[in-house]
Design a protein. Structure first.
Length: 575
């Protein structure tokens, strides 16, 4: 179908190419053909490169549908008394190959019209072999998506009929669809501390389900998101002796428990003043007795006088249904102003693939410090009910390189203030709270990741107090500022990071953060109305070490210098 005639070129090595000429080419311009070749004018001539160039030339013609193109001849003429040569290549482009007919033998599950709709090799178009190979792979994926993973497609015949201006190609594909694959059993290997049923239920496959190609990646991602295993192999389909299909899930146990600590140093904003240390300790037990149950506790010191404590318990798959329940106790001591205690009960259910919906109940009580009633904070009692939605397609929850995570929550309820002076009956006011989180990860180049996130918070009520406000600033939100430096009833902030991946879980990064804060005017709560925009930026590094994941960053807020920059050190250890 293709031929190549090669002439003699011995003795011409290491000469310089003065002129490179092509004859007979009409479809492709000389400049385009030259770009396909390593041999260039005013470059050094090498025999091996030139032979490879001729083969590349024919391959490019074939890729454009000129399957009968060939090099009729070439000449390499040395110039007298010089070290230069002139090269001339005579090309016979031939007639283009055009698809005359495409037929499928053996197709019963999919009709020929369905098969044709899935491929790009069409009647009347140029016939390109590489495109046909790509089309065959697409058809196999289509069969796999319909529960036929053992389907095979071969090229039974390709014949050509020459016409005046083209070569007509008649193509026949032979299809062996194989048997439909239904999962009759799941087999788990590699688990030593995690119960097998925990892995099986997270796969979310029922016996008798059709095996579909996309379920392999979904199962692997679901198991990785449990953060219980050091590695999760791609699930493998196998056939039993009776011809039934099974799915093998291989895992390697990891360190299910996690310690997360952050130490930050905030310099004084006054000349000669002393700075102070902030910190966070987050301890998580994520696989109690190998059942997937979780227990976590968190302590956070915001400044010299304010701190938080949190206790959470997570119960997965209640009564063997894909419903997870979590209880939470939270307390915040705000310097000498008030104490906030909150109790949450959340229930989440997987409704479709990676999409989860939830229902929440919350109760909160605020106790002002003695002598502050009717001033900044008053004693209050709140109840609320909320709904949430979550979608998570990240490829890795610890160091994602691609994917999207979205979560939004909406709460409504009431807040009752003791001895309130507000005109509402019994001091009761309706409340609304909205949260929005979106994170997107993309890898534009090898070992480089762009991470973009956008967060929003809003609280609405006729009577807003300091204890109702959201807090912004610090290592976890708006870097370059003190922890919880800004208070607002409406917050929007964004983080943009450019990461250079140096190891599977290690990277260096630069970042830019931006925040928008709206603080309501409430004289009774000591709040002066304000609307402000803040920016932060900096650099950092995260390293995977024997101690765990160590992160160090330096962040600058607006107007900061190196003496006022915020330094953060973080350690995440799994044990």
């Amino acid at each position: 179908m293709m031929s190549l005639i090669v002439g003699s070129s011995s003795g011409q090595e290491n000469r310089t190419v003065r002129v490179l000429t092509f004859e007979g080419n009409k479809i492709f311009h000389t400049a385009e053909i030259t770009r396909w070749m390593r041999t260039k004018e005013m470059g050094v001539f090498h025999q091996a490169d030139f032979q490879a160039d001729l083969e590349s030339l024919i391959a490019h013609y074939s890729a454009e549908g000129f399957l009968f193109a060939k090099v009729d001849s070439f000449s390499i003429v040395p110039l007298p008394d010089t070290s230069k040569v002139d090269i001339t290549v005579a090309i016979n482009e031939g007639k283009p190959a055009v698809v005359h007919s495409l037929s499928f033998d053996g197709a019963t599950v999919l009709r020929p019209s369905d098969l044709q709709a899935k491929i790009e090799t069409r009647t009347g178009k140029r016939f390109i072999p590489l495109l046909l190979e790509f089309d065959i792979k697409n058809l196999l994926h289509e069969y796999e998506a319909r529960g036929y993973p053992f389907a095979k497609i071969v090229v039974n015949d390709i014949s050509f009929a020459e016409k005046d201006e083209e070569q007509l190609a008649s193509i026949t594909l032979g299809i062996q669809e194989g048997a439909v694959a239904r999962i009759t059993e799941l087999r788990v290997e590699g688990n030593t501390s995690t119960n097998a049923y925990v892995i099986e239920r997270e796969a979310r496959i029922n016996k008798g389900d059709l095996f579909k190609g996309e379920m392999v990646g979904k199962i692997q991602r679901r198991l990785e998101q449990l953060q219980l295993f050091s590695s999760v192999s791609t699930p493998e389909l196998y056939l039993k002796e009776d011809g039934a299909a099974g799915l093998l899930l291989k895992v390697a146990e990891g360190n299910p428990n996690r310690f997360d600590g952050i130490v930050g140093y905030v310099p004084s904003n006054q000349s000669g003043g002393e700075g102070y240390v902030t910190g966070l300790i987050d301890l998580q037990f994520r696989n109690l007795l190998g059942t997937g149950r979780k227990l976590s506790t968190r302590w956070y010191r915001e400044d010299q006088h304010s701190q938080e404590i949190q206790l959470r318990y997570f119960e997965p798959w209640v009564a063997s249904y894909p419903v997870n329940v979590e209880g939470e106790f939270f307390q915040r001591k705000q310097d000498s102003t008030y104490v906030l205690r909150r109790y949450n009960l959340n229930a989440d259910a997987v409704v479709l693939g990676d999409f989860t919906v939830g229902l929440s109940f919350t109760q909160a009580n605020v106790f002002p410090s003695e002598g502050l009633a009717f001033n900044y904070v008053r004693e209050s009692h709140s109840l609320g009910i909320g709904i949430s939605m979550l979608y998570d397609s990240r490829d890795n929850p610890i160091t994602p390189t691609e994917g999207f995570r979205y979560r939004t929550e909406y709460y409504t309820g009431y807040k009752e203030i003791a001895n309130s002076l507000v005109s509402s009956e019994n001091g009761r006011n309706s409340t609304q709270r909205l949260t929005f989180d979106a994170e997107y990860f993309v890898s534009p180049l090898l070992r480089q990741v762009i991470a973009v996130s956008l967060f929003g918070r809003e609280f609405r009520s006729a009577n807003i107090e300091m204890s109702d406000l959201f807090r912004l600033g610090g290592a976890g939100t708006l870097r370059g500022y003190r922890e919880s430096q800004f208070l607002g009833s409406r917050l929007v902030w964004s983080n943009v990071e450019y990461r250079f991946i140096v190891a599977p879980r290690s990277y260096a990064f630069g970042f830019i953060d931006a925040g928008y804060i709206v603080t309501p005017e409430r004289s009774s709560a000591g709040l002066a109305g304000a609307e402000q925009t803040k920016f932060g930026y900096g650099i950092g590094i995260r390293l995977d070490s024997a101690l765990g994941l160590i992160g160090v960053s330096i962040a600058f807020g607006q107007g900061d210098t190196f003496s006022t920059a915020k330094l953060h050190f973080r350690l995440i250890n799994e044990f």
